[in-house]
Design a protein around this ligand. Structure first.
Ligand code: 3H9
Length: 694
């Protein structure tokens, strides 16, 4: 079936792009457009053209899956030029999202009409790219370089109303979009003259340049190691300084260099992995979700309160349950205070706060969960307490109610076994703060029913989360790999690295915080207590244990791995900590030496990759992409490196295997040896990506 359909109405050729699901500009659409424009120009009965699209989305941009492959003509810039140079006026009818190349097509048209629900944006920056089909040249000509840079550097779309205010569209069609676009096309044809966007310069002014330069300087500061921000600045500056054709060549050169940059590859991997995560192996579309109209959360602590806020925000009434009225009051006060902070910051209106609060019903006693469609237990990590709660919920709730646990470490199957309906039990592992963090590990128990899993995934999306299915094991995916990094970081200290060196290597890599600064912020007492409770499953962290034993709990006590004099938030090196590390190493007979940042990263991350591969071997995660999005969205792994597994592919699996073998030999720690899957992939020149696709 052709990807572009033409119908002639009132002397106007309406070219409709049909390429479900999102009308991406793959090769068939590109060549279809060129042919359809040529046919319309040749047809003497046609006086103008309208560019429209079928479905909810106008055009989601270039076809991202074509990037990194040999280009197929015609290129998108060629198509865009054909439209701008068309001998008859072309009007874009924007029915929905016009993103990336989709907006670039529209910017080359001679008029633009948007439906009220349309969204316009150039999100290329989020894919490690810059607009590559003239966006950096045409948008500044239409709305000014300052506003255009703001839009392109954030990557966030604007709605139709904002687009109209900025001048990106000529009108919003409240009624029939196509009729309005056809009418505008007829008017342009009748007037006989229309302006090509490339010929415009009316928006450029010294003030506009100043606004752009200020925004560019600020963006550069925030950009860190991401290469596309400087590229975007170059392209927009060229737009201001050079004639259109030369400046367009600057955009093209920067875009082409970025497409093959590892950071863009990594971000494409994350883009597709996030969408792939929605597909649960073995569960088809025929499995329907259970309706969720009412929820209950057990436990009004920080976690339970945050989870209740997620439901309230999504418009789902939620009962927040505690055993004691005092605890409930404290919990509700914390929720109120959180909302008040948002209102003060201007991110929430007072009305929205009142509305959300009205959806959270505080209640004492588990009986209040009786009519909920889903109950999320968020009490502290004690199997006895959880068993009691699930036993009671089994008796109290109606048949079919989903019983979810927010446990971070406990065995979801053991929890399910305390009920007579293990098929209704699932893990919903939220991350703190639950109302902010995007990641949700959905823990599939051995007996979790398919429709319960489908419901949990759908609910996760309704709550604005990125839900990822994981299997039952200690720490699931994220925390299980985090444990390996913690052990590796401690091992590095004993071997000779210092906390600030390890943290600097990690922040230079792109994390916001290093493991030791993070531990100090979280409180060393927390991990210390958790390790004591975990028994033989505890992470080996001799330095953190020794610090905690001295009452050095991190920021809250003014000293941990670092010193925090006078309540400072950034830690300073502490000679006492460094002496303590030296003493612990000496007691173990370890001869300390220094490490380069690259050696530090290898020692920290290779064991995580190894654990990730074991997680895949055991089927705890279905795909390496699932592991990557867990680390990017829950643990601040820098997205532009693609997550631990994609990063490993860039490093080379054979290099990782050799490194792990060396670390295992050096330390005598057999747990560092590469697992069978890693060895097998490295030996056969295989990859995680190929395994995912198989
Ligand atoms: C660009 O345009 C570069 C140019 O400047 C220069 C070129 C020379 N390509 O998100 P959804 C798939 S860069 C290929 O779940 P929603 C997606 O994988 C591009 N595939 O839907 C999924 O497939 P599946 C700049 C794409 O309703 C299905 O469509 N544009 C593309 O939640 C549904 O996607 C962007 O960055 C694509 N461009 O959201 C916009 N887009 O079903 C990217 C989507 O097999 N897209 N797919 O898993 C989006 O932001 C959202 O898809 C959108 C719809 C908001 C449009």
């Amino acid at each position: 079936m052709a990807s572009v359909h033409t119908a002639i109405t009132d002397g106007v050729a309406v070219l409709t792009i049909v390429n479900p699901p999102v009308n991406a500009l793959g090769v068939a659409v590109r060549s279809g457009l060129v042919e359809a424009v040529a046919a319309a120009v040749a047809d003497s009965a046609v006086r103008a053209l309208v560019l429209a699209a079928e479905g909810k989305v106008f055009v989601a941009g270039a076809d991202i899956s074509e990037f990194g492959k040999p280009p197929l003509p015609p290129s998108l810039p060629e198509v865009v030029a054909v439209i701008e140079d068309c001998a008859k006026p072309v009007v874009a009818a924007l029915n929905g999202a016009a993103l990336g190349g989709g907006l670039e097509l529209a910017l080359a048209c001679h008029g633009r009409v948007a439906a009220p629900g349309a969204k316009l944006g150039l999100p290329e920056i989020k894919l490690g790219l810059i607009p590559g089909a003239g966006g950096t040249q045409r948008l500044p000509r239409i709305i000014g370089a300052g506003p255009a840079f703001a839009l392109m550097s954030s990557g966030d779309p604007v709605d139709a109303r904002k687009a109209l205010a900025l001048g990106m569209v000529d009108e919003i069609a409240e009624g029939d979009l196509l009729a309005a676009a056809i009418a505008l096309a007829v008017r342009l044809a009748a007037a006989g003259g229309w302006t090509k966007t490339r010929a415009r310069a009316d928006k450029f002014s010294p003030e506009d340049r100043a606004a752009f330069e200020a925004a560019a300087a600020a963006a550069l500061k925030r950009a860190g190691r991401v290469p596309n921000v400087p590229a975007l600045i170059d392209a927009v500056r060229a737009c201001l300084d050079q004639p259109f054709t030369e400046a367009l060549a600057v955009e093209r050169a920067r875009f082409s260099a970025l497409v093959n940059d590892p950071s863009a590859r990594a971000l494409r991997h994350i883009f597709f992995a996030e969408r792939e995560a929605a597909r649960i192996p073995g569960i088809g579309k025929e499995v329907k979700a259970r309706p969720i109209a009412k929820a209950a959360v057990i436990g009004a602590g920080t976690m339970g309160g945050g989870i209740a806020m997620c439901f309230a925000q999504a418009g789902i009434p939620v009962t927040l349950i505690e055993v004691k009225p005092e605890a409930l009051e404290v919990g509700m006060a914390r929720i109120r205070a959180n909302y008040e902070t948002s209102v003060k910051r201007g991110s929430l209106t007072a009305e929205a706060m009142a509305e959300r609060l009205s959806r959270i019903l505080p209640a004492v006693g588990l009986e209040a969960a009786a009519d909920a469609d889903i109950v999320v237990e968020a009490v502290f990590e004690d199997m006895g307490v959880k068993a009691e709660i699930f036993g009671a919920l089994d008796r109290l709730t109606k048949p079919g109610t989903i019983l979810a646990t927010n446990t971070s470490y406990l065995d979801v199957d053991a929890i399910a076994a305390t009920t007579g309906r293990p098929q209704d039990v699932v893990g919903l592992h939220f991350f703190s703060p639950a109302n902010v963090m995007r990641l949700l590990e959905v823990v599939r128990g051995a007996q979790t029913a398919p429709d319960v899993l489908v419901t949990a995934m759908g609910l996760g999306r309704t709550l604005g989360k990125l839900p990822v299915v994981v299997g039952v094991c200690y720490g699931f995916v994220g925390n299980r790999m985090l444990a390996k990094r913690t052990e590796a970081a401690e091992r590095l200290l004993l071997a000779g690295a210092l906390p600030h060196e390890v943290d600097a290597a990690v922040t230079d890599f792109g994390f916001r915080m290093g493991p030791f600064a993070m531990a100090d912020l979280a409180g060393l007492d927390i991990g210390w207590r958790a390790r004591k409770a975990a028994g033989d499953k505890a992470v080996n962290a001799p330095v953190a244990d020794a610090l905690a034993e001295q009452g050095r709990f991190g920021q809250k006590t003014g000293r941990g791995f670092y010193l925090y004099p006078d309540g400072a938030r950034a830690g300073a090196r502490d000679p006492e900590t460094e002496a303590l590390i030296g003493a612990l190493a000496a007691a173990r007979g370890i001869a300390r030496r220094s490490f380069t940042p690259d050696e530090i990263l290898a020692r920290l991350f290779y064991p995580m990759v190894n654990e990730g591969a074991k997680i895949l071997e055991e089927g705890i995660a279905a795909r390496s992409g699932d592991i990557d999005i867990i680390w990017v969205n829950g643990y601040n792994w820098p997205a532009f490196t693609g997550g631990p597994m994609q990063w490993a592919e860039e490093v080379g699996l054979a290099t990782i295997v050799a490194g792990l073998e060396r670390f295992a030999a050096e330390t005598g720690d057999a747990s560092l040896a590469p697992c069978a899957l890693l060895r097998q992939l490295a030996a056969g020149a295989g990859s995680f990506a190929a395994r995912d696709a198989a």
